[in-house]
Structures are given as C-alpha cells and as structure tokens.
Design a binder for this molecule. Structure first.
Ligand code: FAD
Length: 289
C-alpha cells in the first residue's frame, strides 16, 4: 500500500524505522527484531540505507519481507550521493521488481574523501526524485529539517530548497529528530506559508543511550532543550534508567503532537522492538481516542 493512501484517513498513525544488517551474520537478528516491530501493526516500517550504498541489497530485502511476509507497508530509504546514476537506477529497478511502492528519496551526507559532486553523480535529492518519478509509479517521501539542515546557513534558503524538492513530486515529508515540539510547530507554520502543503511526519527519537545523543545532536545540529539535557545528564550513565526516561520523554512529545492535531508520527525506535512496544503500550488508549 502507498503511504500517501495510508495517511488519507482521519486516524492517528505511528510508524517505526529499522536499519539493515551490515553483515550477513546479523541478518537473522535484524529480521527477527523487524518481525516483532511489525507485530505492533504500525502504519508502516521504514528501512534505512547505508551511507555508501553498501547495504542496499539488505534494505531491499528487509523492505520486501516487511511487506510480503509481515503484512505491513514498507518504506525503503534510498541515498544517491555516493553512487553513480546507473547504480542508483539499478536499485530503483530492484525496488520495483520486489513490489516496493514507497521510497524515501535522500541525497545522503557528502563523503569527506571525494570531490563533490563526482561526474555522473547526483548533487541534491530533488534530482533523484525526478529520476524515481521517471522510472515508476512510486509514492515518494523526502527528508526535512525543522532546525535547518547543517549545510545551509539560513533556514529560509533551506525551506526554499525544500519547496523545490517537494515540487518535483514528493508525496510526504519526514522530519529530522527534534526534542522540542515548538520547533516543529514553528517549522510547519513557515513551510505552510511557503505553499508546502503535503503531510509532514514528525520524527521522534526515543533516546536510550545518553552518550550517543550528545554526539548525534552535535553532528545534526539538533538542539537539546534544558529539560531533556537534565534527563541525559542525570540518567545517561545508567542504561536502563535512561531507556525508561527516553521512552517517557518521547511518549510525552508524541502525546503533545497528537493533541495538536498531528496525525502520523514516525518513531526512530531503530531495531529495538522493546522500545517500539513500550511506546505503543503507553499510547494504547490515546490511539483509540
Ligand atoms: P537535500 O534535500 O538534497 O538537501 C541537502 C542540502 O542541500 C540542504 O542543506 C539543502 O538546503 C541544500 N540544497 C538542496 N537543494 C539545493 C539547491 N537546489 N541549491 C542549493 N542547495 C540545495 N542518510 C543516510 O545515509 N541513510 C538514510 O537512510 C537516511 N535517512 C534519513 C531519514 C530522514 C527522515 C532524514 C531527515 C535524514 C536521513 N538521512 C539518511 C540523512 C540525509 O541523507 C542527510 O541529512 C543529507 O545530508 C541530506 O539529505 P537530503 O535528502 O535532505 O538532501
């Protein structure tokens, strides 16, 4: 099923994300975690794509399993910056052969070691979106950044580039993680004002590792609000306490989003069925309301 059709009804939906195994040895454990997440009946499960394209086969394989064997719509991420256009076209062909209808079209981070862009490579995600549209009838998602993408100095330029990307045929957007909902509300106001009207799925990350989150925030430019920083400072060294606090904080963010009319929320629970399950459990009555 196409995600744009899943989003059409008037219900609240929760989706989850998994990352593919880097080695064949890890394949079974990733698949088993994915099956457990699928049993929670999310709106869809997305499967990330390794930065250099090295895990592309497993992204396609896991996305196909989610759809065919676990009965949940799947969303395959696809990055383009580190592969030639021909290589990217081959992956699109494989997605089509496997009946995968939804692609999250991404540029990927610019590799530090090479000139940018390399000949016959993509420069921005909008070029990939044009190619996906030309190759098949896919539902296309793209990324957006409520706090601005790290490479762009001014948010208004980022939103202008986002509008250009959306106009190439994007059906929905998923946001970078954020820990302060007011940033999302402000962003939605700004993009709606610029004529971006497609659904935006806020990306919520339940933080289960205090050390990692500080590093991720430094790299992505995501702000750690004081309220959340205090939680990480206090519980960051105790994995079980941090997990419980991270799930509670993410649940609180999700409830606030739902209360403010957001209908579909994407949870970066990664390959942790217990985290995805705890969130769904916390929302059991809320999702019925
Ligand atoms: P773009 O939309 O191309 O934007 C990149 C930068 O270029 C921005 O600063 C933008 O303002 C600027 N720009 C865009 N168009 C123009 C233009 N015409 N002229 C000048 N500047 C322009 N990475 C992975 O490797 N694998 C994943 O699976 C993955 N999943 C992600 C999922 C989500 C929801 C998000 C938010 C990010 C994900 N990423 C993933 C990270 C993503 O690949 C990086 O953030 C990357 O640096 C930007 O990708 P993009 O598709 O947003 O790029």
């Amino acid at each position: 099923m196409k995600i744009k059709d899943v989003l059409k009804d008037n219900k609240v939906h929760i989706s989850f994300e998994v990352f593919p195994p880097k080695t064949e040895a890890a394949y079974d454990s990733v698949l088993s975690a994915t099956e457990k997440i699928a049993s929670l009946k999310p709106a869809f499960i997305s499967v990330t794509y390794g930065a250099g394209g090295g895990t592309s086969k497993n992204t396609v394989k896991i996305a196909s399993k989610i759809k065919e064997d676990f009965g949940v719509p799947s969303l395959a991420h696809l990055t383009c910056v580190s592969s030639t256009k021909e290589e990217v076209h081959q992956v699109i062909d494989r997605l089509k052969e496997n009946g995968i209808e939804n692609i999250l079209a991404l540029r990927g981070d610019i590799p530090k070691s090479t000139e940018f862009p390399l000949p016959n490579h993509y420069k921005y995600a909008y070029e990939l979106i044009e190619d996906i549209k030309a190759q098949g009838d896919f539902c296309i998602g793209a990324a957006c950044y409520p706090e601005g993408h790290v490479e762009t100095e001014h948010k208004k330029d980022d939103i202008r580039h986002l509008k250009q990307k959306v106009d190439c045929g994007v059906d929905f957007l998923t946001t970078q993680m954020f820990f302060d909902n007011s940033i999302l509300y402000n962003f939605l106001y700004r993009i709606r004002e610029q004529g971006i009207t497609i659904p935006v799925l806020p990306g919520i990350m339940p933080v289960t590792n205090g050390k990692q989150v500080k590093r991720i925030c430094e790299l992505s430019g995501t702000i750690l609000p004081e309220r959340f920083r205090a939680i990480v400072d206090h519980f960051g060294e105790n994995p079980e306490a941090m997990k419980q606090a991270g799930i509670a904080y993410a649940t609180d963010q999700i409830i606030d989003l739902i209360a403010n009319g957001i209908q579909c929320i994407h949870v970066y629970s990664m390959n942790k069925p217990e985290v995805a399950g705890a969130i769904m459990n916390n929302l059991s009555e809320i999702l019925k309301a």
